[in-house]
Design a protein around this ligand. Sequence first.
Ligand SMILES: [Zn+2]
Length: 295
Amino acid sequence: MSERKVLSKYYPPEFDPSKIKRTPKSERPTGPKLMPVRLMAPFSMKCTSCGEYIYKGRKFNARKETTDEKYLTIPIYRFYIRCTRCSSEITFKTDPKNMDYACERGAKRNFESWRDPESTELKETDEERLDRLEREEAEEAENAERNAMEELEQKMEDSKREMQIADALDEIRTRNARIERGERGNKEEEALALSRQQADEQKAAQELADEEAARKAFQQANVDKARLDEAIELQGDVDAVEAKPTRPPVPTFERVKKPKKPLVPVLAKKTADVVPPLPTAPKTLGLGLGDYDSD
Ligand SMILES: [Zn+2]
C-alpha cells in the first residue's frame, strides 16, 4: 500500500541527477502507433463477409493506428473494429478533407443520399421521376407475367412427375399385393392341411369314443338283461311262470330292480360270459325278454 502511494521517495547516496539528461522533443518517441480506444461507429455499414448491419453509434473497443498519410499536416488515423456477428476485421480511416470517415476494408458503407448531391436521383425533375416510376411499374408487370408463365410450366412438370410417381407406386403396390396373396395362399394350404389333419384326428377320436360307448351300452344291456333274467327266475320261483308272457316286462322289471341291487357284481360276471350273442340284443331288448321268458 505504501509503495503504491509513494509518500516517501528514497534516493540512494550514490544518486547523481546530472547523469539524467533531458531528451529533445524531436528525439522522443512519438508514442505507440497502435493504441486501444473505445469508439462509436461513425457511420452505418454492412459487413461484407456475413452481411450484418452495424449501425451508426454502436460502441466498439477498437485499435487506433497512426498512419503515415497526412492531409495538410493533419495525421490520418485508422481504426480497427470487429464485426459483431462474424468477428471479421473492419477498418476505417479519418477523412479530414471531407470532415468525415472513409470505410476501408471488411464492410461497405450504407448509402446515404445526402452524401451524394451529384446523384441522378436527386437531380431528376418530377416528369423524369414519373417516367421512371412508370417504366419500373411496366417492368414489374412484365416480370410478374413471366413469373406466372414459369410457375404454370413448373406446375405442369410437377404434376407430370407426380403422375409418374403414382403410376410407379401403383405398380409396386400391385406387385406387393400379388406377392402377399401368393404367400397367404401357401398359408391357406397349410391351414387346410392342418384342419384336415385335425378333422381326421377328431374323427378317429370320435370313432374310438363311439366304440367305447357302444361297448359300454352293450355291457349295460347285458347287465340289464341278466338282471331281468334273474328277476324273472326269482319271480318264476315265487309265482306261476305262465303269467309272464301276457304281462308287459317293464313294470315287473322296475319293481324287481330294487331288491336285486346287491346281486349286481355277480351279474356283471355273468354278462362278461354272455357277450357273444349281444349285437342283436339292444334293439329288441324289451321284446326279446318276453321271448326269452316264454322259452
Ligand atoms: Zn460480419
